[in-house]
Design a protein around this ligand. Structure first.
Ligand code: CA
Ligand code: CA
Length: 290
């Protein structure tokens, strides 16, 4: 009886702590060498998880979390060519190659990349021609399969959709154009019609400013790493849920963080070990006749 009470108490306590750990939201970032975590309210607090070992000279430009497959996904490019998806191990930092995007003669560059839930429930990205009058203007928006790299068109909105973010609380999809190629605001994109609704300006310059974005459900705010400088940004939402103010949160130490995304933390190894112990304790009890 004593063991049974202890086992029940332990199972209750551990399942509570594990579910808390799984539900907790962690801000992940990718630097030149490492997967890191960042305290979004104090970006001076950066913790290195480990090396991602991406190929040399490649940059991890866009990070997003796919809850369907529980993967931290990244668009990686060598400059503007050879676009390919990777997933990151959230415990070690190690990156694993997934699908390469079809890009004959490197005719296109790929920019905004974000998992969109709700009825869509897919990764969405933007594509620009690499040459001509519209070079670098990523107006074409696609669904993409990160495992195969294959995509299907959604809409065309005439903007330069450099970075994307999905507000999971309100099912709203935003884009930014922080070097002011077409429009310098954060704007909501209607993925059915392509219509855009502009909010506050985000442009800081052509070489630095709010870059890759991430939405926090717990803080109900959008965060941005800087695409050029080691600065960190926050876009506060107002009572209507609209982007209302852009705040400079200060400098991030260490290597430049090129992309960010919120994702659940992985369970602590100690929790997993205790769960295994609980399973061992629980087995004999289940075999007792009632
Ligand atoms: Ca992101
Ligand atoms: Ca662009």
């Amino acid at each position: 009886m004593g063991w049974r009470i202890l086992a029940v108490a332990l199972v209750g306590a551990i399942s509570l702590s594990t579910s808390t750990a799984l539900a907790a939201e962690t801000l992940f970032g990718v630097t030149t060498a490492n997967l890191v975590t960042i305290d979004p309210t104090n970006p001076a607090n950066v913790t290195i998880i480990g090396p991602h070992n991406l190929p040399a000279n490649n940059e991890a430009t866009q990070l997003t979390y796919d809850p369907v497959t529980d993967r931290l996904l990244e668009l990686v490019m060598n400059g503007t060519v050879n676009p390919q998806f990777y997933s990151f191990n959230r415990s070690t930092g190690q990156a694993t190659a997934l699908g390469a995007l079809p890009n004959p003669s490197n005719s296109f560059i790929y920019e905004g990349t974000e998992f969109v839930g709700g009825t869509r429930n897919q990764v969405v990205m933007s594509q620009a021609p690499s040459t001509g009058a519209q070079a670098g203007i990523s107006s074409q928006i696609f669904n993409v399969n990160p495992d195969t790299g294959l995509f299907t068109p959604i809409t065309f909105n005439g903007r330069d959709n450099d970075f994307f973010v999905w507000d999971s609380k309100r099912d709203r999809f935003y884009a930014t154009d922080p070097n002011g190629s077409v429009n310098n605001t954060i704007y909501q994109v209607n993925l059915v019609t392509g219509a855009s609704t502009d909010f506050i300006p985000v442009v800081q310059g052509t070489t630095a400013g709010p870059g890759d974005l991430a939405y926090s459900t717990t803080l109900d705010s959008i965060f941005a790493t800087d695409f050029g400088a080691n600065v960190f940004w926050r876009i506060n939402l107002n009572a209507s849920g609209n982007p209302a103010t852009l705040l400079n949160l200060g400098t991030v130490p260490g290597q430049h963080i090129s992309s960010i995304a919120f994702a659940p933390a992985v369970p602590e190894p100690s929790s997993l070990a205790v769960l295994a112990l609980i399973a061992v304790i629980s087995v004999p009890r289940k075999r007792k006749p009632l």
